[in-house]
Design a protein around this ligand. Structure first.
Ligand code: ADP
Length: 724
């Protein structure tokens, strides 16, 4: 099928170029350019019709010519109609009843009306409009010499131009016919044209030939879909076509100006659905001596290609991001693996090592120059490890499966055995495929050493426990013994006290009798006494009294210890008690020739305590002061701390003093600073012992401040209220 594509398109452009009257120059153009230079019938006819369209505004026209060999009158060219329409015109010359065949021989142009004048009832390409059939003949005006018919739509006021063209074209066709076999040439031409259009229509890309101003000369079917629309087609489609033409013209003009042979992208609209279509336009300028300069454009639809490119680009970007993520993940993994002190090995599904950290390398790799023993050790380590891993690889796999086991490895450098605990875990993909096995080797030497030490420690601890148990038992036995001894001692002490109390009592009765009778005898109850007897009686009396003192003091101690000296609590004023004691000892004080003074408390020290016991202590302290002081004086100071409810009585002398090392011993029973048989001072050594016991019973204490030759101060401190 041949198709004169240009026929349907130029309508829009032709209307712009149309002029009411045709200049001589325009006529000359047709004659000179088209008809003189073109030698084939069809092209001359086509060029003439196009000239008519351009210069005379004849939008639709068809040229029919006689094929002498076939005896037919056939359509050879058309403008504003389709190729099919042109080809439909084919009438045998013998059909003289055919209005068009008749028009061939008619002396003047005939007006044909579709449905009436045409044998087929219609005039293809002209619709329902009446058509003017102008016979084409040479200038001899010989009716028999008509070589064809020119069909134009009637109603145009261009009859002059049509007639002129009919004459010129008639002459030309006659001339061509005269030169050779028009029919043969026409057939050849038609075949070539058919082939040409078959070829360009079979190309899936739009192909177009345009003039330099962008006017379409030839277009294939694909191009027509984009750039051509008849008036019957929808408004939307026509608009789209119009837009495409504008876009293409603009692109083409840029191509011509900028880079003619370079491929450009052109965005067009699909007239059928309004979607965007991206084309790559490759334009080539062609020069034809007769046709002039034209531009062949091939449009390649790259919409899908662009989409695919974008998709590829997007996928590539995604791939790169994923790649970077994988790389980062791997770096992180490496960092983790390298920072772990235990050897870690990652193997693939075939058991080949893909990754290992530095501690692993020490076990499983060796330098090429290392001694052969080291090489063998590494091989042996590898074999042990491989057999462990193969167990996991061959065994039934399940997600998160972990295998534990012990492997006996060796240090390749030292040959030292390294027992390790291996823990291997499978790394599976989402679909459960095994991708890698991660194995961590844990050096068990430390753990074994710890276990050994622990065992040692445990046995030592057991032994210690046994010893402690036996020692505890021993201690319990000792305690029991001590307890029994304490009971025995207590019993003995009680018996001793009892014995002393009894004995003292027994001593005192006869002693009292002696002391009763001796003064009586001295006073002459039994008559006058000889001076010698009196002296001896006086000694009996004084020794008897001394003995009584000793017995009384022993009795006091035993009583206190036996708890037989109960507290007699009463309220009294210490400021009154002290002068009372001084008065009681007045004979001794007078004899001593010492100055004894008393400093009483400003605040009345009212005591609720055992008056007798307090008095006994003060008497004792004052007696000692008098006994151990030869010159100077004695001061008794009474103080009362109302807030603390404490009273103190300090007896300070200027006597012989006591060395610090004796400050404690003097309070012990029967202890004196000088306890030699040749001692200067009398006494039992029980006074202070009794005082301390009494002070304790009163809830207080006695302290001493003294140095040899510097006098002594004994202080009794007791609470104002004695404990019950
Ligand atoms: P004694 O009956 O010997 O006085 P004490 O128990 O009262 O027994 O005193 C014990 C010893 O403490 C005395 O023998 C004496 O050596 C010493 N002593 C007591 N009071 C004084 C003092 N005021 N000055 C020096 N020495 C003292």
């Amino acid at each position: 099928m041949t198709r004169q594509s240009a026929s349907s398109l130029p309508a829009r452009r032709i209307s712009r170029a149309a002029a009411p009257r045709v200049s001589a120059a325009a006529r000359l153009e047709l004659l000179d350019y088209f008809l003189v230079h073109h030698e084939d019938l069809s092209r001359c006819a086509q060029a003439s019709l196009e000239w008519l369209a351009r210069h005379a505004g004849v939008r639709r026209s068809i040229c029919l010519a006689i094929d002498g060999d076939a005896g037919l009158l056939v359509g050879v060219a058309g403008v504003g109609v389709s190729v099919e329409d042109v080809e439909e015109y084919s009438a045998p010359l013998t059909h003289t009843h055919d209005p068009i065949v008749r028009a061939l021989t008619a002396p003047v142009p005939t007006t044909l009306r579709p449905g009436r004048d045409n044998g087929h009832g219609r005039l293809p390409g002209f619709g329902a409009s009446p058509v003017l059939a102008v016979p084409l003949r040479n200038d001899r005006q010989d009716e028999a010499d008509a070589v064809g018919v020119l069909l134009v739509r009637t109603g145009t006021s261009v009859t002059g131009e049509v007639n002129w063209l009919a004459t010129v074209l008639g002459q030309k066709l006659d001339q061509i016919r005269g030169r050779g076999s028009m029919t043969g040439e026409l057939r050849k031409l038609r075949r070539e044209r058919a082939l040409f259009f078959t070829i360009i229509n079979s190309v899936t890309d739009p192909i177009m030939l345009t003039d330099t101003e962008g006017r379409l000369i030839i277009a294939n079917l694909r191009a027509e879909k984009l750039f051509a629309a008849s008036e019957e087609e929808s408004e939307g489609r026509r608009r789209a076509v119009e837009l495409n033409n504008m876009l293409f013209s603009a692109a083409l003009s840029r191509t011509v100006v900028e880079a003619p042979s370079e491929a450009r992208e052109l965005l067009l609209v699909d007239p059928s659905d309004g979607s965007d279509l991206l084309f790559e336009v490759l334009s080539t300028t062609v020069e034809d001596p007769r046709e002039g300069t034209g531009i062949v454009s091939v449009l390649r639809n790259i919409t899908d290609l662009r989409r695919a490119t974008e998709q590829i680009e997007e996928n590539y970007q995604r791939l790169r991001i994923a790649e970077a993520a994988v790389r980062a993940e791997r770096d992180r993994l490496n960092l983790i693996i390298d920072s772990v002190a235990d050897p870690i090995i990652v193997t693939d599904q075939s058991g080949a090592t893909v990754l290992m950290n530095a501690p692993s390398e020490e076990l499983f790799t060796v330098a090429a120059e290392a001694p052969s023993t080291a090489q063998r050790t590494v091989q042996s380590n590898d074999a042990h490890f491989s057999s462990f891993i193969s167990g996991l690889l061959l065994g039934e796999s399940g997600p998160g499966e972990i295998r534990r086991g012990e492997i006996g490895l060796m240090n390749p450098l030292t040959g030292e055995p390294i027992p390790v605990e291996a823990i291997a875990g499978k790394v599976l993909t989402e679909t459960g495929e095994l991708t890698a096995v991660v194995t961590i080797l844990h050096d068990r030497r430390e753990a074994l050493e710890r276990t050994r030490l622990y065992e040692q420690l445990r046995s030592a601890s057991d032994e210690l426990q046994m010893r402690v148990q036996s020692a505890t038992a021993e201690l319990a036995t000792q305690n029991e013994l001590l307890r029994r001894q304490a009971i025995e001692l207590e019993q003995a002490s009680r018996l001793k006290s009892q014995f002393l109390a009894n004995m003292s009592h027994e001593f005192r009765t006869p002693l009292n009798a002696i002391l009763g009778y001796t003064p009586m005898l001295l006073q002459g109850a039994a008559g006058d006494l000889h001076a010698k007897v009196r002296r001896q009686l006086t000694r009996i009396d004084s020794n008897g009294r001394h003995l009584l003192t000793i017995i009384n003091e022993i009795l006091d101690i035993t009583r206190i210890e036996a708890g037989k000296m109960p507290m007699q609590i009463s309220e009294f004023n210490l400021n009154e008690l002290v002068p009372e004691v001084m008065a009681e000892l007045d004979p001794v004080i007078s004899r001593s020739k010492l100055t004894v003074t008393c400093r009483l408390s400003a605040q009345p020290p009212i005591m609720v305590s055992d008056r007798q016991k307090v008095k006994q202590v003060i008497v004792n302290l004052l007696s000692n002061a008098l006994k151990f002081t030869h010159q100077g004086g004695i001061e008794i100071g009474v103080d009362f701390d109302g807030a603390a409810r404490l009273s103190s009585i300090a007896v300070a002398d200027t006597g012989i003093g006591i060395a610090p090392e004796h400050h404690d011993t003097i309070f012990e029973d029967f202890r004196q600073v000088d306890d030699s048989p040749s001692r200067q001072y009398g006494g039992t050594g029980l006074g202070l012992a009794i005082c301390r016991r009494l002070a304790n019973a009163l809830g207080g204490r006695i302290t001493v401040q003294s140095n040899v030759g510097e006098g002594s101060t004994f202080t009794l401190t007791i609470p104002a209220e004695a404990p019950q």
